[in-house]
Design a protein around this ligand. Structure first.
Ligand SMILES: [Zn+2]
Length: 382
């Protein structure tokens, strides 16, 4: 089986042959960068092989959304709102001044003014302009990153640079120089670097997840959950060639899959639905039918989550570490319910060469081996 190393671009018929021989391979349909046709090979070790069928129909509805927002809303033109509005002007002293008696035709003229239920209430707290934008992620700079400036304009020399995809805490939202039609600037802080960045290349994202440790990889399932690794890295069964650095975790159908790091969804496929012959697993004929999500991370790598029954995020969604991105299944070439997770180089496609990934919540070098039970700290409260 050690000869089962193949990768790259090869004719589909050859790949199919290799796949049949080796159980897994690196496949691209070669037609385009679009994943919808995603030729995809995962011959996999399932868990106990009890690919229950007909389960969890309610979990299979596709829900594509973008919880990250567009970053273009809710910006307060104020500078932090440190002058809360005073109590509303309550001027209903009709007749208190006494100089202009009300018209006699007013039936209420002789009555005292009705009590204003809000008159005695404290003024409402000023809206927090950062409530919808506690952090920003640098987007779409084409790899050159986003300069951090001493003031909200491009005049001052940059104090530093935030890489594409990186995240910074927002200290204030201000108006400054108009850059490509956007005058919003964010005062941000990241790792001791503090200054202003242009909103044109910053997308608002939510607060950090509890216990988020976004500089490390955490296991792709929920806090405190334990699962067995049924195939580790460099396994002759199917983790070789392009996908050598992959993990299979045995888990029941419908287990929430969680992102190992923050990032952006760059590929997603959910075309295999109940009733499809490859929905409950299958052989090599199902190599192109696994549902999956791929998340790109600020460090330049991406992670793939495959054999999903349900996909809960759409391409472009900004997600946090620990965010629920889909539910495990047995779609595609799979011998039973499990999750296949691997880290890859980013190559512009959903299936790139895999690279090592160690989890901070796995003892030792962080790289679990076949038969090892691992327990996730992903999303655990700090
Ligand atoms: Zn696998």
């Amino acid at each position: 089986m050690s000869s089962c190393t193949h990768s790259g671009f090869q004719p589909l018929f050859l790949l199919a042959a290799l796949a049949s021989a080796c159980g897994e391979g690196a496949l691209e349909s070669g037609s385009s960068a679009d994943d919808a046709d995603g030729a995809f090979l995962f011959g996999e070790t399932g868990g106990d092989g009890t690919g229950g069928s007909g389960l969890d129909l309610e979990q299979d509805a596709l829900t594509f959304g973008d919880p990250g927002g567009t970053g273009a809303t809710g910006h307060d033109t104020g500078d932090g709102g440190d002058t809360p509005p005073g109590p509303p002007e309550t001027d209903f002293d009709g007749g208190a001044g006494g100089s202009t008696p009300p018209p006699v035709t007013d039936p209420d003229a002789a009555l005292p003014p009705p009590p204003d239920p809000d008159a005695a209430a404290p003024p409402p707290p000023p809206p927090d302009p950062l409530a919808d934008c506690p952090r920003i992620r640098v987007v779409n700079t084409g790899g050159i990153g986003l300069n951090v400036r001493p003031d909200p304009s491009t005049n001052g020399a940059p104090l530093g640079n935030l890489p594409d995809g990186s995240v910074a805490n927002v200290l204030a939202i201000v108006q400054g120089q108009d850059v490509d039609g956007n005058a919003t600037w964010y005062e941000v802080e990241r790792g001791g670097l503090r200054g202003f960045v242009a909103g044109t290349w910053a997308q608002c994202i939510g607060p950090a997840m509890p216990g988020e440790r976004d500089d490390v990889f955490l296991l792709p399932f929920g806090c405190g959950e334990s699962f067995v690794v049924t195939q580790g890295n460099n396994s002759p069964f199917s983790h070789n060639g392009r996908g050598a650095w992959a993990y299979d975790f045995s888990m029941g159908l419908g287990t929430p899959m969680r992102s190992v790091k923050p990032g952006t969804v760059v590929h997603a496929y959910a075309g295999t639905q109940p009733g499809h012959p490859c929905y409950d697993g299958g052989g090599p004929e199902c190599i192109n039918d696994a549902n999956y999500v791929v998340v790109a991370h600020p460090d330049g790598s991406q992670t793939l989550y495959a054999h999903l029954n349900a996909v809960h995020v759409g391409v472009g969604a900004e997600i946090s570490q620990g965010q629920h991105i889909g539910d495990s299944g047995s779609t595609g070439w799979s011998t039973g319910p499990h999750a296949h997770v691997e880290r890859q180089e980013a190559c512009g496609r959903a299936f790139c060469n895999s690279i090592p990934m160690g989890f901070a919540d796995v003892p030792g070098d962080g790289m679990p081996v076949e038969g090892q039970t691992v327990t996730s700290e992903n999303g655990c409260g700090g």
